[in-house]
Design a protein around this ligand. Structure first.
Ligand code: CO
Length: 141
């Protein structure tokens, strides 16, 4: 049911510092500006790779869900993996029917790519926080 790996989410205390790593050390040449996703409580920016993306996420606000992660992992770290699905509602219902816990009470949110996303609890996913996002209709990232 899952399709392409769309991106790997990496939490960081500072996107600006992380950009230096991806650009200057790893040599990434295409990195977006950062912007705020207020509803999700994060700053976000994408490192574009030939076959995928790294999503850098930094807390925005005291209620940011990233704060707890960074409390446990002060230097940041791998936070979630995002797979594409054809239909987010069908995917949500399928996960729920299989006994998985879908975060945000199963209500999809519009993600950083402008398409609906859900998150499935790591306890059901072998310890990995899994984001499912509807494949963008234009096929673009
Ligand atoms: Co993501």
């Amino acid at each position: 049911m899952i399709g392409k790996l769309n991106h790997v989410g990496v939490a960081t205390p500072s996107i600006d510092e992380s950009v230096k790593l991806y650009r200057d050390v790893l040599g990434a040449t295409s990195i977006t500006d950062k912007w705020v996703m207020e509803e999700q409580g994060v700053w976000v920016c994408f490192v574009n790779l030939p076959n995928s993306q790294i999503e850098l996420i930094e807390p925005y606000g005291e209620k940011s869900p990233i704060n707890a992660f960074l409390a446990k992992n002060p230097a940041g770290g791998q936070h979630h993996i995002c797979y594409e699905v054809e239909d987010i509602i069908a995917a949500r219902d399928d996960m729920a029917a299989k006994g998985c816990t879908v975060l945000n009470n199963g209500v999809p949110r519009i993600g950083a790519h402008g398409v609906p996303v859900i998150f499935v609890h790591p306890k059901n996913m072998g310890g990995v926080l899994v984001e499912l996002m509807e494949t963008p209709k234009d096929g673009a990232h």
